[in-house]
Design a binder for this molecule. Structure first.
Ligand code: KIV
Length: 285
């Protein structure tokens, strides 16, 4: 029996039922297929792809065209999970018309079911206009990587009372604006717990402790897939990078020692003749 596709209302119901929400990033067709087939609820086409797939040192260089290209591949590989795509840097801070056009492209061309935007009360009006237009929006508070240079680095946020209160107020503003969920990144456990108890929409934590309604991690980080960072909040579940390096080195060794290809990988005369006949080269013989 095919499983029902995850919807934004299902996520709200999961919060009510205290059922943890599992979210994970994916960036292309194979990663989307593997994540979707692993029973994940939400696939995030994160702009972290700038760092883990494209080799940039921040998410700031990622463009709308990059996000569309990767979202199309992810949605082709997804049957069950809800696909959410990050709106990249400066694609939702301009005019509302421009924002609607950009978010609309992510849904119409990329076929994502929702978009994610980083920021608090300063983008609440924008979020409200998008949700009124039928675009589901996921919020993102705490460490917002697109603002890394303003924040002075990738640091835990909300450590002072004032900073914590600002994040709580922002979470309320996002809820009012109509987000269906909020990512809380790198905030202390007690703050994430308070926000989770305060807002009616699910919170999805990354470096925000166990009391959020769900968790999200980056595909390349949990698999150690050529990921160059290892923040405290990441748990490694497999070491795919070493497995790939081992396999490729083995292939290289076998080629250099003429061990590969073996007879089972090789075409011999019978097949060769058939091919020649196909092309009419053996007509006279
Ligand atoms: O871009 C991303 O992958 C994200 C997650 C880390 C939440 O925003």
């Amino acid at each position: 029996m095919s499983k029902k596709a995850v919807t934004t209302s299902k996520l709200k119901q999961m919060k009510k039922n205290r059922e943890p929400i599992v979210m994970m990033t994916a960036y292309d067709y194979p990663s989307a297929r593997l994540v979707d087939e692993s029973d994940v609820d939400v696939i995030l086409v994160g702009d972290s792809l700038g760092m883990v797939v494209l080799g940039y040192d921040s998410t700031i260089l990622v463009t709308l065209e990059d996000m569309l290209h990767h979202t199309k591949a992810v949605t082709r590989g997804t049957r069950h999970a809800l696909v959410v795509t990050d709106m990249p840097f400066l694609t939702y801070q301009g005019s509302i018309d421009e924002t609607l056009k950009n978010a609309g492209r992510i849904m119409q061309e990329g076929m994502a079911k929702a978009v994610k935007m980083e920021g608090g009360s300063e983008i609440a009006e924008t979020i409200s206009r998008c949700t009124q237009a039928g675009i589901p929006v996921m919020g993102h508070l705490g460490l917002t990587p697109q603002a890394v240079h303003q924040l002075g680095g990738y640091k835990v946020q909300g450590k002072t009372d004032d900073a914590a209160q600002k994040i709580i107020d922002d979470a309320r503003a996002l809820e009012q604006a109509g987000v269906f969920a909020i990512v809380l990144e790198c905030v202390p456990d007690h703050l994430a717990k308070e926000i989770t108890q305060t807002v009616s929409v699910p919170t999805i934590g990354i470096g925000a402790g166990v009391n959020c309604d769900g968790q999200v991690l980056v595909y390349h980080d949990i698999l150690q897939y050529a990921s160059s960072v290892s923040p405290k909040f990441v748990k490694t579940y497999a070491n795919i990078g070493d497995t790939i390096k081992h396999a490729v080195s083995e292939y290289a060794r076998e080629v250099r020692n003429r061990i590969f290809p073996r007879s089972e990988h090789t075409f011999y005369t019978k097949e060769s003749n058939e091919v020649k006949q196909l092309y009419g080269e053996n007509k006279s013989s």
